[in-house]
Design a protein around this ligand. Structure first.
Ligand code: NAP
Length: 263
């Protein structure tokens, strides 16, 4: 079976890598793109033969497809994913920055339309394993801080991966306030952001791609779980997996770990 794909964000760094992956995968076919600059044909990423749409509604009405991939920004990705699901088009979302309310609303629409959707804060399989290992470790090491490091073009902070890591750790860690009860910041933000007592530190520098360390502190010991994505190719195995898995779904799944064979 050929899997027909519509991709939003074809000019982006992730979108460009996704186009290569789709072209290299024999059973995938790119049938259209949604791009904010074009409304006809594109002169980039070897897309001369691919119809390019500005308007998502028009694209979903005119093009027959199996999966919509969104690699844009949440302000575009959220309404477009809603629209895709309403058109009974399955969706794979890599765009980060969706709120909990966004995810709840998409879950409702996916269920109402019996149309699968996968939202993955991180497609790198190693990063998903880092989150799972962190969840395991938090049972024994409830004192934990996260350092996430990304390129300086990233708009949102903390990263979707850091937020998701906290959510997974919360499944095994008892809520607690960390550090000294009387600690204070001389410079606001010195201790980083906080979620359930877990500190998240976001670094943005040129040269970085996507990196995260989850550091657990215990009696006379530290456990560090670390993952590095050195380029966007590292996300493509997971994106490919998500496209294949979403074809079997009639609901929304948040997190690639929920479709990986890891038990
Ligand atoms: P990027 O290079 O900045 O690409 C963003 C894309 O969104 C571009 O194609 C951009 O088009 C498009 N865009 C921006 N505003 C738009 C609008 N108003 N209408 C339509 N398209 C619009 O970023 P990236 O590194 O590829 O990342 C894309 C998304 O994936 C981000 O949300 C990022 O956080 C996320 N991400 C996810 C993973 C994962 O594993 N899940 C990994 C890396 C990144 P123009 O080029 O024309 O501006």
């Amino acid at each position: 079976m050929t899997v027909k794909i519509i991709l939003a964000g074809p000019r982006g760094k992730m979108g460009s890598e996704a186009i290569k992956m789709i072209h290299n995968e024999q059973k995938f076919q790119l049938v259209a793109c949604i791009d904010k600059k074009n409304n006809t044909k594109a002169d980039f990423n070897h897309l001369e033969e691919t119809p390019i749409y500005y308007d998502a509604e028009q694209c979903f009405s005119e093009v027959s497809a199996d999966v919509y991939i969104d690699l844009t920004i949440p302000e575009i990705g959220f309404p477009n994913t809603k629209l895709a699901l309403k058109h009974n088009l399955r969706a794979v979302v890599g765009t980060s920055g969706f709120t909990e309310e966004n995810i709840q609303e998409l879950t409702r629409i996916a269920n109402e339309n019996a149309t699968g959707c996968i939202i993955a804060p991180n497609f790198a399989l190693g990063a998903v394993l880092m989150m799972l290992f962190s969840k395991m470790a938090a049972t024994y090491f409830p004192d934990v801080e996260i350092i996430e490091k990304h390129h300086d073009n990233k708009l949102d902070a903390p990263s979707g991966t850091a937020t998701k890591t906290v959510e997974m750790i919360q499944q095994t860690r008892e809520s607690k306030q960390q550090g000294h009860p009387d600690e204070y910041e001389i410079l606001p933000g010195a201790r980083g952001a906080q979620n359930d007592g877990i500190r998240i530190h976001s670094m943005r520098l040129p040269g970085l791609v996507a990196h995260q360390e989850v550091i657990f502190g215990g009696q006379s010991q530290l456990l560090t779980i670390k993952h590095d994505s050195f380029n966007r190719e590292s996300f493509m195995d997971g994106l490919k997996l998500a496209v294949n898995e979403v074809l079997e779904l009639e609901t929304l799944i948040y997190g690639l770990e929920n479709v990986m064979d890891i038990n």
